[in-house]
Structures are given as C-alpha cells and as structure tokens.
Design a protein around this ligand. Structure first.
Ligand code: CA
Length: 222
C-alpha cells in the first residue's frame, strides 16, 4: 500500500511517515498542496493523508481538485482540533474520513485501512468500460445514465467481455463459458447474443462497443 502524506509541519510529517512505515505502508511525503497534486497525477498512490492547513493550495482545495478530476483515491484529512468547519468542508469536498489533531498513530492506521477497504469494495462491485457500467452484485447494467434490461445470459456474456477489454474471445471460448456445454460448431448462438447486446448497449451512429475480430471472435472495445 502506497500512501502520500501531505503536511507542511515537518515534525508531524516525520511522525506520520515513520508511524505508517512501521505499520507496513510505503510512504512518500510532500509539504505543499500544489506538489501533492503533481505527485498524484504522476504516481500511483493507494491513499492520501492530507493536512487542511497547507501553503500553496490548502488541503480542501487540493481535495476538490482531485475529485473534479474524477479520481477516487481514498483521502483521510487531518484537521485542527475542534475545526468543525474544516471537517464539514472536508466531507463536502470528498474526504473519505477525517482525523482531528492530535491523534494516535493507531487511529490513523485503522482509518487508512478502512478507507482503502471501502474503496476496494466499491471498485470490485462496479465494472466500468467507457460509458458502460455493470453493477455486479445487483446484476444491473447501464450506459451513461440509462438502465439497460438484460437477460441472465446476456449479462453474463457482457460481463465476461467487459472484464477484459481489448482481449479477443473466440466463439468457442464464449460459448463454453456462458453456455457451459461443448461447443457445437453449427450453432450461431454467440453471434445471436452479441447482436442482441449490441442492439441494447450501442448508441446510434457510434462504433459498436463489442468489436468483431474477423475470423476469430469478439472483443470489448477499450
Ligand atoms: Ca499544516
């Protein structure tokens, strides 16, 4: 787990960095809000520990900018004790949690684990390819805001393709995984289902989300 700590007070930054390392996190630290934004756009982090009071751009400003860019990296905000406005502002700006100073290291570690788990849960239950979103536990599909009605087989086929965008599936692979019997070369069931899916998920005038790979099979457009 890679965490970026953003805190201008060196003593606190060092304390947090050391404590998180001892708990098994890989930790980087920076001291300014604008530096934090640069680091986050260029490097992969699993979570962010973000102080509110920062030079450059303050923590809430940084957080808003991250969310505006559509990134859902988990963020734990460090707020001043009794800073009710910071806390409310922080949650409104898209913080996953906040921790008033001073705090115990154990508590920061526990909250970091919790927000990372929550994010993983969200990520695992929703499958997104472009504008297509599959809610796996609910078995619901939508394109943009529009809900798409799918039969169980159609959903399974779409899920299989959408789990690996760009990967080519032969008709045999699709048939055996979705229908679970030996492939009968005379059947055109796969083509029939792909046609039905296209009619439901594609937008008029746009290339199909499910590409035909001539002589081989199909793949989900990336
Ligand atoms: Ca500070």
């Amino acid at each position: 787990m890679r965490v970026l700590v953003v805190e201008d007070e060196r003593k606190i930054a060092d304390f947090v960095t050391k404590g998180l390392r001892e708990s098994g996190f890989v930790v980087e630290a920076c001291h300014r809000g604008d530096d934090a934004l640069t680091r986050i756009s260029n490097e992969p982090f699993d979570a962010l520990v973000l102080d509110v009071m920062l030079p450059g751009r303050d923590g809430l400003d940084v957080l808003r900018e991250i969310r505006r860019g559509g990134r859902d990296i988990p963020v734990v905000l460090l707020t001043a004790r009794g800073g009710l406005e910071d806390r409310i502002g922080g949650l409104n700006a898209g913080a996953d949690d906040y921790l008033p100073k001073p705090f115990y290291m154990e508590e920061l570690v526990a909250r970091l684990h919790a927000v990372i788990r929550r994010r993983d849960g969200r990520a695992a239950s929703l499958l997104r390819v472009g504008t297509l979103v599959l809610d796996l536990p609910a078995r619901e599909a939508r394109v943009g805001e529009e809900a798409i009605e799918l039969t169980a087989r159609e959903f399974n086929l779409l899920e299989l393709l959408a789990r690996s965008p760009g990967r080519v599936f032969t008709r045999t692979m699709l048939y055996e995984q979705i229908w679970e019997y030996d492939f009968d070369p005379s059947t055109n069931l796969v083509d029939v289902y792909v046609r039905r899916l296209r009619a439901k998920i594609d937008s008029p005038g746009q290339p199909s989300m499910i590409e035909t790979v001539r002589g081989v099979g199909y793949r989900m457009r990336k």
